[in-house]
Design a protein around this ligand. Structure first.
Ligand SMILES: Nc1ncnc2c1ncn2[C@@H]1O[C@H](COP(=O)(O)OP(=O)(O)OP(=O)(O)O)[C@@H](O)[C@H]1O
Ligand SMILES: [Mg+2]
Length: 230
């Protein structure tokens, strides 16, 4: 790869493998995944249930480490960082959205969105978090706990939390997968609008072909390997 090619890449993974130990021996869930993502590009990952999509997204989000392989994001060789360095780097560099929202149940919407800013030491965390919640149409529920919000509202808060630090890369695993179709459409529209407005790069796992087609490229996970399908 030339220097000019490598500088335009926000993410470059090579030979990512993941083995899970099970009583009958190890199972190889990812069998050597290569993926490049250009700055500002959006890519969808589709594929059958159990093919390894979430396992891959978790590795790309640096929430788990590969058994082997390399992962460079925004110029950082993530596999060479310690867990502590990685957590600090991740908080500033990545936005992550999960199907089940993963909000902190004991924190209000505002506190959930403020948290990544506070961890990063940002002084005006609360006012930036309020603005982020306003951007996702949730400024009327600032002091609600997640348990008192609907699924769609929880996902809006989770989107605000993922984007409030203005990360260059967003990783989303079936962000509308647990919402009813209408709410899912609204949340998906919001996500794509925000990604476009903030000029972010995105890797999005989805089972929905219509959502996948809204990304610039579609990759298919097949038995632990990625194939290009468009
Ligand atoms: N902690 C674990 N220990 C053992 N096996 C695991 C573990 N996590 C995942 N697996 C296995 O890895 C395979 C891939 O799982 P993964 O969650 O990545 O699939 P997926 O493509 O995201 O599926 P879905 O579309 O249903 O979300 C599955 O066979 C699963 O059973
Ligand atoms: Mg999954």
């Amino acid at each position: 790869m030339t220097n000019s090619q490598s500088t335009s890449l926000i993410l470059s993974a090579r030979g990512l493998r993941k083995l899970w130990p099970v009583p009958s021996g190890d199972i190889e869930v990812l069998r050597g995944v290569d993926i490049d993502l250009k700055l500002g590009e959006s890519v969808a990952i589709v594929g059958p249930s159990g093919s390894g999509k979430s396992t891959l997204l978790t590795l790309l989000a640096t929430l788990d480490r590969p058994t082997s392989g390399s992962l460079v994001i925004d110029g950082m060789q993530t596999t060479s960082l310690t867990d502590k360095e990685l957590a600090r780097w991740r908080g500033k560099s990545l936005g992550i959205i999960f199907q089940q929202f993963h909000l902190m149940p004991s924190l209000t919407a505002l506190e959930n969105v403020s948290l990544p800013l506070e961890i990063a030491g940002t002084s005006d965390a609360s006012s930036l978090a309020k603005k982020a919640l306003c951007d996702v149409g949730m400024d009327h529920r600032l002091n609600h706990l997640p348990g008192a919000l609907s699924g769609g509202e929880c996902q809006r808060v989770a989107i605000a939390r993922a984007l409030v630090t203005k990360p260059s890369l967003l990783l989303a695993d079936e962000p509308s997968g647990s919402l009813d179709p209408q709410t899912g459409d609204q949340v998906t529209n919001l996500l794509f609008e925000m990604v476009q407005t903030l000029k972010m790069s995105m890797i999005l796992v989805t089972h929905n072909p219509e959502i996948a087609r809204r990304c610039q490229r579609i990759l298919r996970m097949n038995h632990g390997l990625l194939e290009t399908i468009s």
